[in-house]
Design a protein around this ligand. Structure first.
Ligand code: FES
Ligand code: FES
Length: 160
């Protein structure tokens, strides 16, 4: 069965015709072209497909597109402010927290939602927050450094 759903992605409104069984991940990537949303396991285990839906970080492979009808979505393509990268993106680059880059959009969006809830996290809290996002390359050390540095930068930006 087909349905028309409404999505707002990175501030842009869409009406999309979708079959009931399509995942939100496949609609974002294949129909709307947001290829920063990565498909890893397709089973809710790797976090590569993480997006922000109505303020929450979710695995878009585990949500049907019809379930997302009417929602507001943020993908990695919408995180920077024009050419100005978000502090989390900047710190991932500066700390060398990106190697192949496959996990990076999901890792950054998970971090974005986490730092909104917990702007001054401990290392252990960071580890728990990113435990659903798998990285095959970095060994996580640089990722944790990048998140710590991003939290500091965002805090000092707020205080200015
Ligand atoms: S692709 Fe969605 S969690 Fe792995
Ligand atoms: S940088 Fe390659 S999977 Fe994380």
């Amino acid at each position: 069965m087909e349905h028309t759903i409404k999505l707002k992605v990175n501030g842009i409104s869409y009406d999309v015709r979708v079959q009931s069984k399509r995942s939100l991940l496949s609609v974002l990537r294949d129909d709307l072209g947001y290829i920063g949303v990565k498909e890893g396991c397709g089973a809710g285990e790797c976090g590569a497909c993480t997006i922000i839906m109505d303020g929450k970080a979710i695995n878009s492979c585990m949500v049907l597109a019809v379930e997302a009808d009417g929602s507001e979505i943020l993908t990695i393509e919408g995180l920077s402010d024009g050419d100005n990268l978000h502090p989390i993106q900047k710190q991932f680059i500066e700390k060398g927290a990106i190697q192949c880059g496959f996990c990076t959009p999901g890792m950054i969006l998970t971090t974005y939602e986490f730092l909104k809830r917990n702007p001054d996290p401990t290392e252990d809290e960071i580890k728990v927050a990113i435990s659903g996002n798998l990285c095959r390359c970095t060994g996580y050390v640089q990722i944790i450094e990048a998140i710590t540095a991003a939290a500091k930068e965002m805090k000092s930006n707020k205080e200015q």
